[in-house]
Design a protein around this ligand. Structure first.
Ligand code: ADP
Ligand code: MG
Length: 474
C-alpha cells in the first residue's frame, strides 16, 4: 500500500516509538547542536514495504542530510525499525522555496546577472565559480505592489520602504525584520531587492538564507577558498540574510558572519536580516553580534488580524482574476489564522478545484475541498484555550470548568464553553465531556442544545456568545 506523506500505517504507534528511538540515538551520536541544525526537522511520513519514508522541509536540507547523515540514518532505522532496509528522503509538500527557485531565475529581469557580477576587486577565479551563487533568487511575486499593508505589518513595511529608497542610512542599518512563519519577512526582503534594483541596476545585492550562508562558508573552508568567499561577500552593496535563526550555535559560521557584517557596515553597505525572533530573544547568539544586530532598526511583523487576512485574500483573488464569493473569503480568513502561506495555499486549492471541475466556488464546497487544512487549523484552538477564555469572560475560576458545582453562576459558563468546544474544535462529545470533569457525552449534548436554544431566545446572550467566539477565533 502506498502511504502519502503525513500518513502512517495502522501500526503507527509502534513505528512512532521506533522512530523516536532512531531520533534520540541520532541525537546522541551527533550532539545537540548539530542535531538541532540539521536533523530536528526529520519526520517519518510513512512505511512502505521495507522502505522508511522520511521527509524534510526543504530540498537543501534533504540533500544535506542525505549526503552527511544518510548512512547513519539507514543503519539506525534498520536497527530500530523491524523490517526496514532502506530509507528514502523526500521534501515535504513542495516547500515554497523550491517553487521560488524554479520560477525565479528565468523571470529575473534581463541584465540582472551582469549587474551582479563580482566587483573588480574579486579575483578572477571567483568570477567563474562563484558568480551565480550570490545571485538573488528573487521571486517575481514578492514585490511591494503585492504586499498588503495592515496594522500588524505597517511598521515593518514602512521600514522596508524606507531602506529601499535610501539604503545604508544611519538609523536604518541594519534593518532587522522578525516575526513568525509566513508573515511576510521574505516577501519584504525580496520587495526591497526588486525596488533597489529598479532604481539602480548596478547595485550588487546578495540575498541568501542563513542556511545557505553557512553551507557556502563550510564549503569554502573545506575547499580552502575562504579568501575568495570573503572577498566576494564583501564586495556587495546590499547583503540580505534570511532566517538568521539557522545560524545559531554554529560558532565558526557566526564568527565569519560577524566579521562580514562589521566590514560591510563599516564600508557603508546596507544589511537586512530576518529571523523568527528579536535579536534579544535569539538564544545561542553571541552578545557582540546581538548588539550589532540591534544597532539599526528592529521591526516586527505581528500575527495577522482577521481584517488583514481578508484584505490579503481579496487582493490575491483579484490578482488571480477569479470570482470568489465574499463569504468564502471570510470563512478562510476566520478559519486559517496562523500564517499567510497557509491562507494562500487554501485559496489556491479552492481556485484550482473550481477550475478543474468547472464549477463555481461556493461556500458549501469549501469544507470538502479543504477538509484537511481546516482540520489542522482547528487543532490550534484547544479546549484549554476555550475554557480559559470563557472563565475569564464570566469571571469564574478556571477550575470550575471541571468542577461538580451546579449553581447557575458556574454551570452556564461551563455550558457555553462546552458549546464553543463543540463548535470550534473537531473533538467529539465524549472527548469534550472528559475535559469538563469527566462528564458524560449526553451532558455535553444537552449543553450544546441548551445554549443554541438560549441564543435563539435571547439576542443579548447570543451576542455575548458570538463575541466570545470571535475573540477565540482571532
Ligand atoms: P516568512 O518569510 O515570514 O515566513 P513569506 O514572506 O514567505 O513569510 O510569506 C509567506 C507567503 O505569504 C508568501 O507567499 C507571501 O507572498 C505571502 N504574504 C505574507 N504577508 C503578505 C502580505 N502582507 N501581503 C501579501 N502577501 C503576503
Ligand atoms: Mg521566509
Amino acid at each position: 500500500m502506498n502511504h502519502e506523506a503525513g500518513e502512517l500505517p495502522p501500526n503507527a504507534g509502534k513505528a512512532a516509538t521506533a522512530w523516536a528511538k532512531v531520533r534520540s540515538r541520532l541525537r546522541q551520536e551527533v550532539g545537540d547542536v548539530e542535531y538541532r541544525t540539521w536533523l530536528r526537522q526529520l519526520t517519518l511520513s510513512g512505511l512502505e514495504g521495507d522502505v522508511a519514508h522520511i521527509t524534510l522541509p526543504t530540498r537543501f536540507l534533504r540533500d544535506w542530510v542525505r549526503d552527511h547523515y544518510g548512512d547513519r540514518l539507514r543503519v539506525l532505522c534498520q536497527a530500530e525499525m523491524g523490517g526496514v532496509r532502506r530509507v528514502e528522503l523526500r521534501v515535504a509538500a513542495e516547500a515554497p522555496e523550491l517553487v521560488q527557485e524554479a520560477v525565479a531565475m528565468p523571470a529575473s529581469p534581463p541584465g540582472l546577472a551582469e549587474s551582479l557580477s563580482p566587483a573588480p576587486a574579486a579575483p578572477a577565479a571567483a568570477a567563474e565559480g562563484g558568480k551565480n551563487d550570490w545571485l538573488v533568487p528573487l521571486d517575481p511575486r514578492f514585490t511591494f505592489d503585492s504586499f498588503v499593508v495592515g496594522k500588524p505589518n505597517e511598521f515593518a513595511h514602512a521600514c522596508a520602504r524606507r531602506v529601499s529608497e535610501r539604503p545604508a542610512q544611519a538609523g536604518f542599518n541594519p534593518l532587522f525584520l522578525y516575526g513568525g512563519v509566513g508573515l511576510g519577512k521574505t516577501h519584504l526582503m525580496h520587495s526591497i531587492a526588486w525596488s533597489l534594483r529598479e532604481r539602480e541596476a548596478e547595485l550588487q545585492i546578495a540575498y541568501m538564507s542563513a542556511e545557505k550562508f553557512m553551507y557556502r562558508f563550510i564549503n569554502a573552508l573545506r575547499t580552502q577558498n575562504i579568501m575568495e568567499f570573503k572577498t566576494q561577500l564583501r564586495s556587495v552593496h546590499v547583503l540580505m540574510v534570511d532566517d538568521l535563526q539557522f545560524l545559531i550555535g554554529k560558532d565558526n559560521t557566526q564568527e565569519e558572519f560577524f566579521h562580514t557584517f562589521n566590514a560591510l557596515i563599516d564600508a557603508g553597505k546596507q544589511i537586512i536580516i530576518s529571523a523568527d525572533k528579536a535579536p534579544n530573544d535569539l538564544s545561542g547568539i553571541e552578545d557582540r553580534l546581538r548588539t550589532r544586530l540591534s544597532g539599526g532598526i528592529v521591526a516586527d511583523l505581528h500575527a495577522t488580524t482577521y481584517e488583514l487576512r481578508l484584505s490579503i485574500l481579496q487582493a490575491k483573488a483579484a490578482h488571480a482574476g477569479v470570482e470568489v464569493p465574499a463569504r468564502v473569503l471570510e470563512l478562510l480568513a476566520r478559519k486559517i489564522a496562523s500564517n499567510v502561506r497557509d491562507l494562500e495555499g487554501a485559496l489556491n486549492r479552492i481556485v484550482a478545484h473550481a477550475r478543474l471541475f468547472g464549477r463555481p466556488i461556493t461556500l458549501e464546497s469549501v469544507p470538502e475541498v479543504l477538509s484537511d487544512i481546516l482540520r489542522a487549523h482547528d487543532k490550534r484552538l484547544s479546549i484549554d484555550d476555550i475554557q480559559r477564555k470563557v472563565a475569564e469572560h464570566y469571571n469564574i475560576r478556571l477550575t470550575e470548568m471541571a468542577s461538580a458545582r451546579r449553581s447557575r453562576a458556574v454551570a452556564r459558563p461551563r455550558q457555553v464553553a462546552m458549546y464553543l468546544a463543540k463548535q470550534l474544535t473537531s473533538r467529539s462529545l465524549p472527548e469534550i465531556g472528559k475535559r469538563f470533569g469527566n462528564r458524560d457525552h449526553t451532558t455535553v449534548l444537552h449543553a450544546v442544545n441548551k445554549i443554541t436554544e438560549l441564543m435563539q431566545e435571547d439576542p443579548t446572550f447570543a451576542e455575548d456568545v458570538s463575541l466570545l467566539r470571535k475573540m477565540l477565533e482571532m
